[in-house]
Ligand binder design. Structure first.
Ligand code: PBG
Length: 331
């Protein structure tokens, strides 16, 4: 018996491609878009190179470009001009998100449109739910999330994606959608969302940093993985069609555990801080951005996610649709 010659299957790019165990396709990618009020305007997001806050018309243009590249979906986050204690802007039919959904559906009818549902972008205190005597009031928040979800469904959203981490919100949103005639719209629940240092750039982009306190009372605690399985199973029982794990890279073990615990598709969100970190290191010449983008994305797929929400969606799709894919895969 000879020695194990693993290198035979690594010798050429063609052989490596032939034995690759994991694949990534543009249809599995979801591109986050930040939508603000106004017309024909975009403002750059400092900590997220290549990303902008877009008015609904420009968001529709961007969505059409992404669709042409084969990107599967966009997920929309709203940046309203006015905020209040109840987050009422979250269900304003004339708000930036419903406007953008309508325009995207015209510009790119086949693109899947996800609407993130949370109050933090719309509340003046920056928390994901309304405040009561003892912090964020879980049960008082549920009907408001239901109203926002119905508003986005009415505008044409295919997927409602609650990211607030209130208990029972999937059941509340499912009931609200069904009662309003939207039994056909899917819920992708941010079931397993950790309180994370990696959301910093997003909060800059959306202006949604809590004015006081933090989100540790509702988002998950980093040391826990069995709890992630409880959260995922609870959301599936409540009617989630897909469950999400977030962030991505620091939680690959959680993606794998959730994948094995439930039989609905699993999505993973490579969040703003992960994107910013890779860009910052690449800017200094310390890592190769394209290679790192590819490696982190395929790692999330390998861990068990079938859907990737990623700020690299456009770049990845561009490469996947061209010869460049092979160049990247060679690295
Ligand atoms: C809103 C929300 C956040 C993200 C997605 N939805 C911010 C937060 O919870 O503070 C983070 C996404 C990212 O960092 O890319 N609740």
């Amino acid at each position: 018996m000879g020695i194990h010659r693993g290198r035979r299957l690594r010798r050429t790019a063609g052989i490596r491609a032939m034995v690759a165990e994991t694949h990534l396709s543009a249809a599995q990618l979801v591109a986050p878009l930040f939508v603000m009020e106004g017309h024909s305007t975009r403002t750059p997001i400092e900590s997220m190179p290549g990303h902008y806050r877009l008015t609904p018309d420009l968001a529709a243009q961007e969505a059409a470009d992404l669709a042409a590249l084969g990107v599967g979906a966009v997920i929309l986050f709203g940046i309203p001009n006015e905020k209040d204690s109840q987050g009422t802007g979250a269900w304003d039919e004339q708000g930036p998100v419903p406007r953008a959904i309508r325009q995207i559906k015209t510009a790119a009818p086949n693109l899947v449109v996800w609407a993130d549902v949370c109050l933090c972008e719309y509340t003046d205190h920056g928390h994901c739910g309304v405040l009561g005597h003892h912090g964020v009031d879980n049960d008082a928040t549920l009907p408001l999330l239901g109203r926002a979800s119905v508003c986005y469904a009415r505008a044409g959203a295919d997927v409602i994606a609650p990211s607030d981490m209130m208990d029972g919100r999937v059941a509340a949103i499912r009931a609200a959608l069904d009662e309003s005639g939207f039994a056909d719209r899917a819920i992708v629940s941010y079931a397993v969302k950790y309180a994370s240092a990696f959301y910093g750039p997003f909060r800059e982009a959306a202006g949604s940093t809590p004015k006081s306190g933090d989100r540790r009372g509702y988002q998950m605690d980093a040391p826990n993985v069995r709890e992630a399985i409880r959260e995922a199973k609870a959301d599936v029982r409540e009617g989630a069609d897909v469950v999400m794990v977030k962030p991505g890279m620091p939680y690959l073990d959680v993606v794998r555990a959730v994948r094995e615990a439930v039989d609905v598709p699993v999505a993973v969100y490579q969040v703003s801080g992960e994107y910013a970190m890779l860009h910052a290191a690449a800017d200094r010449g310390w890592i190769d951005l394209n290679a790192a983008m590819w490696e982190t994305s395929i790692a999330l797929r390998r861990a068990g996610a079938s859907i990737l929400i990623t700020y690299f969606a456009r770049e990845l799709a561009t490469r996947l649709s061209s010869q460049a894919q092979r160049e990247v895969a060679k690295v």
